[in-house]
Design a protein around this ligand. Sequence first.
Ligand code: AMP
Ligand code: MG
Length: 434
Amino acid sequence: MLPVAQAETVIFELVQPLGIQDSETVDLVAAGGRILAIAVSSPLDVPHWDNSSMDGYAVRFVDVQFCQPEQPVTLTLVEAIPAGHLPQHPIAPGQASRILTGSMMPTGADTVVIQEQTRSHETGQIVILAAPSERGANVRHRGAFCQAGTALLSARIELQAPELAILAAVGCSKVQVYRRPRVAIFSTGDELVPPGQSLKPGQIVDSNQVALALLVAQSGAEPLMLGIVPDRPEQVSRAIVEAVATADVVLSTGGVSVGDYDYVEQMLASLGATIHVRSVAIKPGKPLTVATFDPEKGGAAEDQNAANASEPRSKLYFGLPGNPVSSLATFWRFVQPALRKLSGLAAGWEPTFVSAQVRQPLRSDGKRETYLWGRLVQGQAGYEFEVAGGSHSSGNLINLSQTNGFAVVPLGVETIAQGMSAQVLQVGQVMRSI
Ligand code: AMP
Ligand code: MG
């Protein structure tokens, strides 16, 4: 039984992030949540031209620099320049143009006087009451934010709203991102039926698959739901072969304990997989099994001309325990970070732990690192953790609703007293109140 920290190291080291040969070009509108494969530099100066940052008047600083409310300066208006329109007239001494936020500066003008520092303007004239603070005030100069060629986005970051806005602003309508990792999911168990089917005695609904498919999608990967596989060695073996052939990562649930009908580990071994983790000192989730199917030596990898071809990759296999909470908890603790690392993210793929004050005492038998589910709440003085009421049995998913965190009782610790602080694995948005 591996300690959790050791299992985590083994698992995360098995993950080889996608490489450039695993990238594709997508439209900007489809790029949200994807991982950028190639760094992007600006093809343009930003702003593209000198423009006004305020509504006001474009002037020559020398014309207005000494004006004060008692000594106003009157200038002749030559035009109004709406945003998106080219100025038609240069500004000569004694002249000004009406200008709006984002409008292009006319030649000759170097400064904008905000409209609040001006007074009633009769037709053709504007009265300037106070000088702007300095030459160039309220003007955004071409290239002031970034010049063409400046690095904008580094590779291996997730594209979210700010990044999409930046790309759009500099005219990138397509972007090169890593493909989504494919994750095959199947459930094992003679007792399982799909949701919606009526239950015969002894049967239960396969609740794991639909939940894992959502978590896989939320991790930026593409779930492939392969259904339910009976507890028969040859069927389990066939399902593993099919899953490994179609996906980068396989998640199965059930059949990894030491029961008479638990065939997953045995079949993995007989198919030539390397088994790296057989069980972890975690509760829930002890029977977690992790294996790899490594590409055969030779073939494409040895082809001297295949430098750019997609090299065969190791396939990662997670045999998650069947109990509903065990499968989800081990997904959050180990699989989600592994998928995020695989997807190409350079940073921020690791699990997130925060410190929280526990509102109830937390208990464990001290023999395994224990994960108690509940709600992470933003309290007055920091995070607080409200442990879910009801049974914390790995088979009980009924009290899982609204779970956004798992408080951790470390190995060897039996109690964390009420009011003390605990590490909480964050798996959802923190709430302000519950
Ligand atoms: P196993 O890991 O196969 O020994 O299963 C452990 C427990 O989890 C048993 O009570 C199973 O009936 C239950 N279980 C297994 N797979 C699923 C599943 N896909 N959905 C819900 N419960 C499951
Ligand atoms: Mg089973």
